[in-house]
Design a protein. Structure first.
Length: 569
């Protein structure tokens, strides 16, 4: 039996989750945003450093932002880059761009000059909103990019007059987190460049009227760049319909978990993952659709402050990657928090390890719910039921209106239990890569499924388990070894905090396995880890090399960079 004939996962859906979603109730994302802004005007939208912002305030501010962008005279479909961390300006900027009828280009604030140049040039963005902390990076490359308009934000811009000014002063002069910069006021072609502070832009924009967005659901809303962990990042073209579909799919899937809260406006979603990343971005939109609020964590690496924030009020949704769950568990005061309101501990962005999941549930009483998605699918793909009471080790079931197939290299669907490439079809799946027709063609099968590059297997109930990334697979003496499996097993070894496995060249085996281990027990030795592997892994899966490290190289989201480990192995 193949996957093409039926969808066995529908029988495993939690009660109340629809099999299909309908995106036709919204004309575009501006319509969805404005509907929520008006309906929830008096309700809190976000809290950051104890400063609250209501839906009504986001409505007014984003209308000013959108009107200012329209006043620039940008052409229809113009791309506007956002280079901001998790501060109130992010949602205002994103909403303003969409309401003005333009396309959002999310940029990682920690990009190097080379990476920033690539994304600005590839996207063709002519306008950027950037936090001043990162303006020195923009200065290095701006003359080689299409950027004509620069809005410079400061950390305290939307945190109240006195407190905001204090925060900005502290960031600039006490913490010295704003390197000197000077953005040229003329482009390389000799054209005058607009350079304006965020608050000045808002004041100027308030003098203009926002014209309604005429974008259709089929028009691009985001150019969401892939992580680039396996090569040069590509811009996934996400339409308004793609994002609306993902919002409604998330709403349908997560609702059973939050029913006990009653009033959804009370839901507090901890937003520690960066909003420029598709995982957090999608959950931001879910909060908007619910009319709930987000707790913004500008710097999740500061675990002390993060834990202090969690102490202040009940939290209901805590989305994170495996490494962030791990970091919280290592904090001495985390165990003392009140977890009685926690409805969903959502894992994504990278493989969740069984060891971390076990410790998380022991400490919080909340099962880690793992899901899977990509930039190309607006973070939505599969998820374990949010009513789960234990960690499953799978990525769960396809969400509403999504079809999943496991295919061979020729695009043929395989039977249950057979290993192949995970492929996906649904209204949330991108239309293609920006200005890369060849890459787009290669990404889809002849029957319309998008190839994900993930090796997976599905059981007859529709639950899927990721075996590994195609490009990360290790070939040991002709045997396929998947790093995810090794990392999951080794994470359960007492004293291991996290680990990463790679393949290194070996004269006898073709490749040998090397494991990098971060430990919290200094008495743990290489021999201890090797013995554990011998007890739990067959011969060809046992690492030949074990190296202890203080930490592992990661993306800003927390995904381990195996490529970087390989380059230094």
């Amino acid at each position: 039996m193949t996957f093409s004939t039926q969808k066995p996962w529908l029988d495993a859906y939690p009660a109340g989750v629809p099999h299909e979603i309908d995106t036709s109730s919204f004309r575009n994302l501006a319509h969805l945003l404005e509907t929520s802004f008006k309906k929830n005007a008096a309700s809190p939208f976000s809290v950051c450093m104890d400063r609250w912002m209501t839906y009504g305030q986001v409505d007014d501010a984003s209308a000013s932002m959108g009107a200012w962008l329209q006043h620039l005279g940008l052409p229809a479909g113009a791309r506007v880059a956002i280079m901001l961390p998790n501060v109130p300006q992010f949602a205002v900027t994103m909403s303003g761009i969409l309401r003005a009828g333009f396309v959002c280009v999310n940029v990682n604030p920690l990009y190097t000059a080379r990476e920033l140049k690539h994304q600005l040039c590839d996207s063709g963005a002519t306008t950027i909103v950037i936090l001043e902390n990162f303006a020195h990076t923009l200065e290095e490359v701006i003359q080689d990019t299409p950027i004509e308009n620069v809005v410079i934000a400061s950390m305290g811009d939307m945190l109240g007059f006195w407190f905001g000014r204090w925060i900005t002063f502290a960031v600039r002069h006490l913490a010295r987190m704003v390197p000197e910069y000077k953005i040229p006021r003329m482009t390389a072609a000799g054209k005058s460049r607009t350079l304006i502070a965020f608050n000045a832009m808002m004041e100027e924009g308030s003098k203009y009227s926002l014209k309604p967005s005429m974008q259709s659901r089929d028009d691009p809303a985001f150019l969401q760049y892939t992580g680039g962990t396996t090569g040069l990042s590509k811009g996934a073209v996400l339409t308004h319909n793609n994002v609306i579909a993902a919002i409604l799919q998330a709403q349908a899937w997560f609702t059973p978990a939050v029913l006990r809260i009653g009033d959804v406006s009370k839901i507090n979603c901890i937003t520690a993952l960066p909003l420029y990343h598709i995982f957090a971005l999608t959950l931001c939109f879910l909060s908007v659709q619910w009319g709930s609020y987000m707790t913004l964590i500008p710097n999740p690496r500061d675990i002390d402050k993060f834990v202090d924030v969690l102490k202040k009020r009940p939290f209901h949704l805590l989305p994170a990657v495996n490494t962030l769950f791990n970091a919280l568990l290592q904090h001495p005061h985390f165990k003392s928090l009140d977890f009685s309101h926690l409805c969903v501990s959502q894992a994504g962005g990278m493989a969740a390890s069984e060891g971390t999941a076990k410790r998380w549930q022991e400490v919080t009483g909340s099962a880690m719910v793992e899901g899977w998605g990509m930039s190309e699918t607006v973070a939505i793909g599969t998820n374990n039921p949010v009513t789960a009471t234990s960690f499953s080790g799978t990525i769960g079931l396809p969400l509403s209106s999504i079809d999943i197939a496991i295919k061979d290299d020729d695009g043929n669907s395989l039977a249950y239990g057979e290993v192949g490439e995970l492929c996906i079809k649904g209204p949330n799946v991108m239309v293609g890569y920006y200005q890369q027709p060849d890459e787009t063609h290669k990404a889809f099968t002849s029957d319309g499924f998008m190839r994900t590059g993930d090796i997976a297997v599905m059981d007859d109930k529709g639950f899927t388990r990721i075996v590994d990334r195609k490009k990360d697979m290790i070939l040991v003496s002709g045997f396929n070894v998947f790093p995810n499996e090794l990392e999951n097993v080794i994470s359960l070894c007492p004293g291991v905090v996290e680990c990463a496995a790679i393949g290194v060249l070996d004269d006898k085996q073709g490749e040998a396995i090397k494991v990098f281990v971060v430990r919290n027990d200094v008495t743990l030795t290489e021999d201890d880890v090797a013995r554990y592997c011998k007890q739990n892994l067959t011969g060809y899966k046992q690492p030949k090399y074990i190296e202890f490290r203080d930490d592992l190289p990661k993306t800003n989201v927390g995904k381990v960079l195996r490529r970087e480990l390989r380059s230094h192995a």
